[in-house]
Design a protein around this ligand. Structure first.
Ligand SMILES: *Cc1c(COP(=O)(O)O)cnc(C)c1O
Length: 347
């Protein structure tokens, strides 16, 4: 039966990381969640939610949350769009800008969802390979002529941070929108946020899933000039962000201090875990995210992934070209990381 459009019938669906039920006795280092709980102020808002917020439709502009972003990041309210995770925002952006020969362009390896969203549209994609040293392949990205060019920085799974000058050059040379996906910015040395004021075609994508420890809430946002923002508003569902997310997310966003304290702890643990893994023979890439991309000795990535899983420790194994000898390991608490190291020793 031909129930589906050709694009859907022929595409590969996105394979999410394994998500066992909360409470399962597992050390979960596979999808880059924060090992620390969300802000206590956010939890307090959640506990005190009035039922009236559930009875009524949420604010289509998510203003309570937008105000928090505006204050925390010093950007005007009409430069902000809020979404159901940054995945929702990526979907909105690609639906709004790309179709057929209006292409989606991105370097590889990067976030696998970019390809999925382009295939859904469908829009042609150009995947430009990163060189070994992960310098941004600017000329090739420009030549690919995307309606949307997507750069994750810090990138997943490599963990590298793209230099601002490279992003600046790319923004000035691409004809379409340059979307800078800063899902991991809270663990990085710098952000590209200032580029939205320098370039009309730049949008910055952020999420509360990683730095703010709110992956289950589903909340993300974009920052760009009002012309881009108002175009994206035409595409988004009116009620894409629920009432709970707006209020809980706002409290988390106002509590920058708590987020920063947790991020500092993660960064210290990242350094320690990188050292410890190197000492047992792993090759470890420098990372500006809350994860490490590592190459175990003797081509053991797949075997170690399985052996860890047997011991209730989940890490990410990508069965993909160029990544099949590697593991992406989320930085946990020092205690979790220690258990990981012991489990690797035994496996
Ligand atoms: C985790 C992640 C996202 C998705 O974040 P959500 O807000 O949870 O949808 C987007 N981009 C990259 C690169 C990510 O790693």
């Amino acid at each position: 039966m031909n129930y589906f459009r050709q694009a859907i019938a022929t595409m590969q669906g996105y394979t999410p990381g394994e998500q066992p039920k909360p409470g399962t006795p597992i050390i979960k280092l596979n999808t880059n969640e924060n090992p620390y709980p969300p802000s206590p102020k956010a939890i307090e808002v959640l506990r005190n939610l009035n039922d009236e917020w559930l009875r009524r439709y949420p604010d289509p502009y998510a203003r309570d949350f937008g105000n928090a972003v505006s204050e925390a990041l010093k950007v005007p309210n009409d430069w902000i769009i809020v979404a159901n995770g940054s995945d929702d925002l990526l979907n909105i952006l690609i639906r709004a800008c790309a179709e057929g020969k209006r292409k989606v362009v991105y370097p590889m390896p990067s976030y696998v969802l970019y390809r999925t969203l382009a295939s859904l549209q469908p829009a042609e994609t150009v995947e430009v390979p990163y060189p070994q040293d992960y310098r941004l392949p600017i000329d090739e990205l420009v030549a690919a002529n995307g309606a949307v060019t997507l750069i994750a920085t810090p990138n997943s799974p490599s963990g590298h941070l793209v230099p601002l000058d490279d992003l600046r050059e790319l923004a000035s040379r691409v004809s379409g929108v340059l979307a800078i996906d800063e899902a991991y910015v809270d663990f990085a040395d710098y952000s590209a946020l200032s580029l939205v004021r320098e370039f009309d075609n730049v949008i910055i994508l952020r999420t509360l899933s990683k730095g703010y420890a709110l992956a289950g809430l589903r909340l993300g946002f974009g920052i760009a000039n009002p012309e881009i923002i108002s175009g994206l508003f035409k595409v988004k569902d009116s009620y894409n962000v629920d009432a709970v997310a707006i209020l809980v997310g706002a409290a988390a966003m106002y509590d920058q201090e708590y987020k920063n304290v947790c991020a500092e702890k993660v960064k210290r643990s990242r350094t320690k875990l990188a050292t410890d893994l190197s000492q047992i023979g792993f090759k470890v890439r420098d990372s500006q995210g809350n994860f490490l991309l590592v190459t175990p000795p003797d081509n053991q990535a797949a075997a170690i992934y399985q052996a860890l899983k047997q011991q209730n420790i989940l890490v990410r194994y990508f069965n993909l070209p160029g990544l099949d000898d590697k593991l992406r390991i989320t930085v946990g608490t020092d205690e979790q990381n220690q258990k990981l190291l012991q489990a690797i020793d035994l496996s």
